[in-house]
Design a protein around this ligand. Structure first.
Ligand SMILES: [Zn+2]
Length: 483
């Protein structure tokens, strides 16, 4: 009894102390009503960092669990496309950055994996044919968006999901009128007609969210036509501001190109680099504005909105700028964009872990730059560099000789003075696209069988996504993916 009384007294004392402390802190607290002139929340801050009462499962635990997730019926599909992400992009990033989870990227923990053929009906693929194969389940020609080999419009997975009552989105660190997001949102004969693509995205696309870069291409369209009334009539929120995107409540459609062209510089790395003004000023031809948001930020916002639909959603997330930095043979920038891409994948993996009705697929539309381990690359470059080194940017737009690789490396070295690029364990061997195979990683029902597909090609992945969403056959019906 005595002991119990003593405990009671101690508890009462502790309680009194807590109440007293609370009273003091309440008195010194700021008023509950926020004054109107209070600073607004920093829009560049990741929405994932919002305080939450739920305990957050560590990413390591989620990655370890991926191989044994128990699934229900499929409701959502998130497709991640690393533009130009060849077979050595991942090992090179691991080797140079040390990886993110035990020496690896998060995407490497997806349990089902295979290699994928990406060639189009004309051989070496571009992002139009690569994107179309993934979005429609058809193998087609270069430059064509959402058309089969015969040039006929075919349904894409965004339109399919929309017809099933699901919500849809396409987001990228590229311009939103660039070939990959365009292949998921519109149909057109020529990927180069970018104002036309902007017009079609406004007037014909059913995608609820189209978000990324490409403000300059939309401005070009707006110089010819005023869409103010059209946007109001059709409940389209058009904005160039990340703060507006964060504030968007999901009503109607969202079209948000937030940088002039694309994420030329990785936002996370450069925004914290004290020398950025000096180093980035060397590249005068490109838009040097740093984006206000990362691919992971956009992915989180898109999932937050799309997942409100109880029928589910389809989302395409493209590491679009990966292709640009590979064309520039800037290996350090590539590893930064690969890390940013992986962070966006992590957002989807966390969602899939918490909602076991979500398939995640990560792949590429083609290989850009034919990244090789240094020894192999050096041998290749020495053998093929018969032509003299020409320091001529313009020439490299029209040609893909070894001298262009060397010129790209020279520019990249100037941007990365802290690293001797010649000591890196990998090196690009071209500034062009190649027909080399790429990888696919996935988690979710049926993705293990997808990996066993004979001569697995990009169009098989498009067909798989369509079937996963609808339960019906989707895309091409012949073995070659053409008809
Ligand atoms: Zn490219």
């Amino acid at each position: 009894m005595k002991k119990r009384n003593l405990i009671k007294s101690i508890l009462a004392l502790v309680l009194a102390l807590i109440m007293a402390l609370c009273l003091i802190s309440c008195q010194t607290d700021t008023p509950a009503v926020t004054p109107t002139n209070a600073p607004v929340e920093d829009p560049t801050e990741s929405p994932t960092e919002a305080p939450t009462a739920e305990p957050v499962v560590p990413m390591e635990e989620i990655l370890a669990a991926l191989a044994n997730l128990q699934y229900g019926e499929v409701k959502n599909v998130i497709l991640y496309i690393g533009d130009g992400m060849g077979e050595n992009h991942v090992p090179a990033t691991d080797a140079i950055t040390g990886g993110r989870y035990n020496g690896k990227l998060a995407l490497e923990y997806l349990p089902n994996t295979a290699v994928v053929k990406t060639d189009c009906t004309e051989g070496e693929p571009d992002s139009a044919s690569g994107g179309t194969a993934l979005s429609t389940g058809y193998k087609g020609k270069r430059k064509q968006l959402g058309l089969n080999n015969a040039g006929v419009e075919v349904q894409n997975v965004v339109e399919l999901a929309n017809s099933l009552g699901k919500s849809t989105g396409a987001i990228t660190t590229e311009s939103i009128v660039d070939a990959t997001p365009a292949a998921f949102t519109i149909h057109a004969k020529n990927r180069n007609d970018e104002s036309k693509i902007a017009q079609l995205q406004i007037e014909t696309s059913v995608a609820d969210i189209i978000m990324g870069g490409g403000k300059a291409m939309y401005d070009k369209l707006f110089a010819e036509q005023d869409y103010t009334e059209y946007f109001k009539e059709h409940n389209i929120t058009y904005t160039n501001s990340w703060a507006d995107v964060l504030a968007w409540n999901g009503q109607g459609r969202l079209i948000a190109p937030m940088v002039e062209d694309y994420w030329f510089y990785d936002k996370d790395y450069w925004s914290e680099n004290p020398d950025k003004d000096t180093l980035l000023a060397t590249d005068t031809e490109k838009d040097s504005t740093l984006a206000e948001c990362s691919l992971a930020d956009m992915t989180q916002k898109a999932i937050d909105i799309l997942s409100q639909n109880e029928k589910g959603f389809f989302l395409m997330v493209e590491g679009g700028a990966l292709d640009e930095v590979a064309h520039n043979t800037d290996l350090m920038e590539l590893t930064r964009h690969m890390t940013a891409f992986d962070k966006a994948i992590e957002v989807g993996l966390r969602y899939a872990y918490e909602h076991k009705d979500t398939i995640i697929i990560v792949t590429a539309d083609h290989n850009t730059g034919a990244l090789k381990d240094k020894e192999t690359a050096d041998t290749y470059i020495t053998k093929h560099s018969k032509d003299n080194y020409i320091s001529n940017d313009q020439y490299c737009w029209e040609s893909t000789g070894i001298h262009c690789v060397l010129e790209g490396e020279r520019i990249a070295q100037a941007k990365n003075p802290g690293v001797d690029l010649s000591t890196l364990p990998y090196r690009f061997t071209t500034i062009a696209h190649t027909t080399d195979k790429v990888n696919v990683w996935a988690v979710g029902p049926g993705t293990d069988e997808l990996m066993t597909t004979e001569k697995l090609a990009s169009f098989h992945i498009g067909k798989f996504i369509g079937k996963a969403l609808s339960g019906e056959e989707f895309g091409s019906t012949d073995a070659k993916g053409i008809k």
